[in-house]
Design a protein around this ligand. Structure first.
Ligand code: AMP
Length: 590
């Protein structure tokens, strides 16, 4: 129910007093976006004026935008690598930030095959928390009654390491879930999860997922929203239910937890939750034993009002499958964030996935935008509707004019803060989950496998392209290979080709290998050998659609259905990676 009308917000009537405050904050920030940005940059520059990095550029105490933009270069991760390495090795002097670097956030973006290390400072947790605190007040404008039930969210921590200098290195969400901000969050009726903290914080992904799903089943009628961070994560949870429903039914029938769940704190917490419920067990068996899993989410959790997952960017490939399982429930993409910085939120979370726009919050960092094809960065409030830009951030933690690598298109404004459609991440060819493989990484992987092929049977890979196959859960990389078998060479055996699959996986970056080994979020890589002449047909097809014969290059990734169908119709054999590649949480040193 809406509160007192004098609390009303231009965004809509808030659901409660706390929401009114949050909505007022959004209004204030977006109305004064330019001033907020100007002051924020001055604050960062004043505070960090004695850092080694800023001193290098002789700002002479200036904290204004013009001096900043004239003197400080726009950079990428590689430019900052030496400084990051020194901090990781234990140099505690103020290199990037006047405030001590408290930990490194390991990005899913990689550099030289390893996750990028993003420096962060303690107070950033508060800034992230602030952005989180705005999400439900916005959602409550569109979906009433969310305080009458719970959210079934599949949330996980991942393994963490320490840098040689002793700083933790872990993903941003692992850092957040382990923080007091999350663990000791005050009770909020609009934000009650079915998953106990013990399950979310369990480092064993099987036990964590098992417990979270079990709790979701036990409390199925309370569930009003179902979600995960990314669409791929929610689909993995559904797959998990497909594989293990009979175990859940057994646990629920007898009120005893599966013996594979050995984590002490989970067992202790579940002993207070799990009671025999034969009727629920029977219901789960009836729903899950059928071949037909269409609308399974609304069948099991009938009060679900929306699905809360990111389906923008690389995750758009999962929309049809999610629609199938959810019976067309709205999909809410609530926020846009990264290890470098949390950027903003979706002020219209019930919009269709293709129309999602994120409003960048001017209090999170200092933002600049490089027009695509241009070089001069413009201010947040000066971007133009319809134009595409690359995002550049300057953060409190010491990233200065740092290229994030995301391409955004301006769709409109909320007050003076622009709203952006996420277009794509630069240089990403293949992605299934949080893995991101670029063209040169794929090229290297194919070269290594081709070498193995040559050693074993004298043949080579003549042409290749790739495809992210998400028709299975988890999805997997498919490599279409056309082979060159010269005189003296032999057709490779199935065993050789499976070894080539594994060789490619071994060559891919650590996020890919972690997704395969620890998260099970990417399935075994597949080689589909196509018959000779297929890539020429591919070229003919492209030329028939208007490509220039002189400029034609084999696409290294395909996703246009007619092309995938053409390739699939020419497949002579298919081979999967027979084992897991190597992966350990430890980073390889450069
Ligand atoms: P990471 O540094 O691993 O946290 O990944 C951050 C990146 O994930 C961003 O720079 C984006 O490329 C992508 N990302 C985050 N949020 C969204 C979103 N809402 N829609 C599309 N892509 C996103």
């Amino acid at each position: 129910m809406a509160v007192d009308s004098n609390l009303s917000s231009p965004l809509g009537p808030p659901a409660c007093e706390k929401d009114a405050k949050a909505l007022r904050f959004i209004e204030e920030m977006t109305r004064n976006a330019d001033t907020v940005q100007e002051n924020l940059l001055a604050e960062i520059l004043a505070r960090n004026s004695n850092t080694e990095y800023l001193r290098r550029f002789n700002l002479g105490g200036a904290t204004d935008r013009d001096t900043f933009k004239t003197k400080i270069p726009v950079i990428t991760y590689e430019d900052l690598q030496p400084e990051i390495q020194r901090i990781a090795d234990g140099d505690r002097s103020p290199i990037l930030s006047a405030h001590p670097i408290s930990e490194f956030l390991t990005s899913s973006g990689t550099s030289a095959g390893e996750r990028k290390l993003m420096p962060t400072i303690r107070e950033e947790l508060g800034r992230r928390q602030l952005l989180y605190s705005l999400l439900m007040p916005v959602m409550n404008l569109y979906v009433p009654g969310l305080d009458k039930g719970k959210g079934l969210y599949f949330l996980f921590v991942k393994s963490e390491t320490k840098t040689p200098g002793g700083l933790p290195a872990r993903p941003v969400l692992t850092s957040y879930y382990k923080s007091e901000h999350f663990r000791s969050r005050p009770y909020d009726p609009y934000n009650v999860y079915t998953s106990p903290n013990e399950a979310i914080l369990c480092p064993d992904s099987f036990q964590s997922m098992y417990t979270q799903m079990l709790c979701g089943l036990l409390d199925r009628l309370s569930v009003l929203r179902v979600g995960a961070v990314f669409a791929s994560g929610l689909l993995r949870a559904i797959r998990f239910l497909q594989l293990h429903w009979s175990r859940f039914a057994h646990d629920i029938e007898f009120g005893c937890l599966d013996s594979e769940i050995t984590d002490r704190s989970i067992r202790q917490c579940m002993s207070g939750i799990l009671k025999p419920d034969p009727a629920l067990a029977e219901f789960i068996r009836q729903e899950c034993k059928s071949e037909n899993w269409e609308r399974i989410i609304t069948r099991i959790w009938p009060n679900t009002k929306y699905i809360d997952v990111i389906v923008t960017g690389a995750m758009a490939q999962y929309i049809p499958t999610l629609e199938y399982y959810s019976g067309g429930l709205p999909m809410a993409c609530t926020m846009y964030a990264s290890s470098e910085c949390y950027f903003g939120l979706n002020l219209n979370p019930m919009s269709k996935p293709s129309e999602v726009s994120y409003t960048i919050m001017p209090n999170m960092a200092y933002f600049e935008f490089i027009p695509l094809g241009g070089s001069k960065a413009v201010e947040l409030v000066d971007v133009k509707i319809g134009k595409e830009y690359e995002l550049v951030v300057t953060t409190y933690a010491g990233l200065c004019r740092y290229r994030v690598g995301d391409i955004l298109r301006v769709t409109g404004f909320h007050n003076s803060a622009p709203q952006f459609h996420f277009v794509r991440r630069k240089n990403v060819l293949l992605s299934i989950d949080s893995d991101k493989t670029d063209e040169s990484e794929l090229q290297k992987a194919v070269e290594n496998a081709s070498r193995l092929l040559h050693e074993e049977c004298g043949s080579r890979v003549a042409e290749y392209t790739s495809y992210a196959d998400t028709s299975t859960i988890p999805g997997h990389y498919v490599l279409y290979w056309e082979l060159l078998v010269r005189d003296g060479g032999r057709q490779p055996t199935h065993e050789t080709l499976t070894r080539c699959c594994l060789e490619m996986e071994e060559s891919l970056n650590s996020v890919y290998r972690q997704s395969r080994v620890a998260d099970n979020s990417v399935g075994p890589l597949e080689i589909r050998v196509v018959r000779n002449g297929t890539f020429e047909e591919l070229m003919d097809y492209a030329i028939s659609r208007g490509a220039s014969i002189n400029q034609y290059k084999v696409p290294r990734c395909v996703n246009f259905t007619p092309i995938v169908e053409l390739l699939d119709s020419r497949v002579v054999s298919a081979h999967f990676s027979p084992a897991l590649p190597h992966w350990t949480p430890e980073r390889r040193r450069r």
